[in-house]
Ligand binder design. Structure first.
Ligand code: ADP
Length: 514
């Protein structure tokens, strides 16, 4: 085995658990490997595939990755091919007949390929010794990226190639998902190999800020030349962030499902080759991205579950160097996730499952305990954890939010307005809403009108409550008054800190107005 490792891949030593997995597979046991991203899962089926006679069938959801891996194998004179929707009919026929004559050692396919009767018949005639499920969490209904086509092919494969050994590999499986994969692929408990999900070079932080775009902009400006990905929840948000960065002199490429294939490929290439350092993308970007030096990953929105989050941040720091993973969010994110769960046509049981996952993601966002420990415990409740000492919570357990800027904007309004305004009016003015009780008093002519239009009503409410509670604004007969003390904040001689609005995640925000 070491010989194969050296001869074909040029490596001296196996990484943790690689050898155990490979030995288990070669001795004919169905096996599951749960190893973090970048730890070398491909070798866990490539080395056995070279060791065993017969064909290794690799089932992967990632078309771009298939081509890369096949090219890499071919470069080592290992006969390998792939079949997927990017090939022309003629190319498919050529691969099929070469398969028939036993030319390949590896064949990569997407699960959908098994819908093809001709392909199924061919597989039943082939000498398949190993079936590898890459991204094996996709076969579990309890995983974060379930693909029905995966689950459907398991009985088909059992019928077509009953003798083949099966190996599943994934970076993200909770205990529940692991057990489900084991059951589906007939894997004994003793044949599950995993290493800790901890990746010490990833510095995690949850950075509550109202002004996410400004934060991202100044973060990137502080790190010229550092490659990084900014993830956002929707195409529209991706475009908006990208434009903001561009307007502030930060070159970036975007990536989302709404772009044409050519543009997506081009942008991905510019990022991978380092011609452009920053990619702003939805979660469509990243599966199979092989770039070792990604220094930071910023999430503009809260992902729906920790598995997705862990997988996305797993793309940072594959070279082992320190990289930062920053989670931003807004209360609206939670409501959107809830909205989609409620509206999906899944069973109630499944919806509850998704809600429970979302709750854990929210807890991660709100906890003041070690973030790294939180993630490790999420994937394995039994694992012994030690505070990492390097996440934002370990470094700053008493974390507060500097709301001086927001306070100034609010106080400016109160100083400007000749008539006292109510809380509701103040919020409408700051958000630039031309409501009736604003226009009636010409309050839209104040220069403070619209100065906080990017803030949510709930956020402004929080800021006002904070100012009133702490005595920077006086609320009397439902009207707001500026006081002497406020001047210190307005002229910059006092800073104001508050508990982050994380606690707002308890509150329902109406997404139609937020
Ligand atoms: P994963 O699928 O787990 O994200 P890959 O299989 O893509 O990771 O491997 C990540 C990188 O680590 C690749 O560049 C691979 O060549 C390298 N690698 C894998 N195993 C070893 C090893 N035993 N020694 C050194 N490098 C390795």
């Amino acid at each position: 085995m070491e010989k194969i490792l050296k001869q074909y891949f040029g490596f001296e030593n196996f990484r943790p658990k690689q050898k155990e997995i490979i030995e288990s597979v070669v001795s004919g046991h169905n096996t599951l490997g749960v190893l973090p991203t970048g730890s070398g899962k491909s070798l866990c089926f490539q080395v056995p595939g070279l060791e065993l006679d017969g064909l290794t069938l690799v089932i992967s959801p990632l078309i771009s990755l298939m081509r890369d891996q096949v090219e890499t194998l071919n470069a080592q004179s290992i006969p390998a091919a792939y079949l997927n929707s990017t090939l022309k009919k003629k190319e498919i026929d050529a691969v099929m007949s070469a398969l028939e004559s036993g030319r390949y050692q590896f064949l990569y396919v997407a699960p959908e390929r098994f819908n093809n009767e001709e392909f199924r018949q061919l597989v039943s005639r082939l000498d398949v010794s190993l079936i590898a499920f890459d991204e094996a969490h996709c076969i579990s209904k309890w995983g974060h990226d379930f693909r029905p086509s995966y689950q459907n092919i398991i009985p088909v494969l059992k019928e077509l190639v009953p003798e083949a050994t099966t190996v599943g590999l994934t970076a993200t499986a909770t205990e529940e998902v692991q057990e489900n994969i084991q059951e589906l692929l007939d894997i004994e408990g003793a044949r599950v190999y995993s290493t800790s999900v901890a990746r010490d070079n990833l510095h995690l932080s949850v950075n509550p800020t109202y002004q996410r775009e400004q934060f991202i902009e100044s973060y990137i400006k502080d790190r010229p030349g550092a490659p990084g990905i900014v993830y956002a929840a929707t195409r529209a948000e991706v475009e908006k962030i990208s434009l903001h960065l561009e307007e502030h002199g930060i070159e970036n490429v975007i990536y989302h499902g709404g772009l044409g294939k050519e543009e997506r490929n081009r942008n991905q290439r510019l990022f991978i080759t380092g011609e452009v350092d920053i990619a702003v993308a939805t979660n469509a970007f990243g599966m199979g991205i092989d770039k070792a030096d990604i220094r930071f990953i910023i999430h503009h929105n809260l992902p729906g579950d920790l598995e997705s989050y862990y997988q996305e941040i797993g793309r940072a720091g594959r070279d082992g160097k320190t990289s930062e993973c920053i989670l931003l969010s807004s209360p609206r994110d939670v409501n959107l996730h809830q909205f989609f769960i409620d509206r999906s046509n899944s069973t109630e049981q499944y919806k509850d499952h998704m809600r429970a996952k979302l709750d854990r993601m929210i807890q991660y966002n709100r906890t003041n305990k070690c973030l790294s420990s939180f993630i490790i415990k999420y994937f394995d409740a039994d694992e012994y954890v030690v505070e990492c000492g390097q996440c934002s919570n370990c470094l700053n357990p008493e974390r507060t939010y500097d709301m001086t800027l927001e306070a100034k904007l609010v106080l400016n309004l109160l100083a400007q307005s000749e008539m006292p305004v109510t809380k509701e009016q103040a919020i409408q003015i700051l958000r630039g809403e031309s409501a009736e009780n604003i226009l009636a008093f010409n309050l839209d002519t104040l220069s403070a009108f619209g100065t906080m239009e990017s803030y949510l009503t709930s956020e402004l409410n929080h800021i006002l409550e904070e100012l009133i509670y702490r005595g920077y604004v006086h609320l009397r007969d439902e009207q707001l008054y500026i006081v002497d003390r406020s001047r210190k904040v307005m002229n910059g001689s006092a800073a104001l800190h508050t508990v982050p609005f994380r606690r707002y995640f308890n509150e329902k925000v109406d997404i139609s107005t937020a």
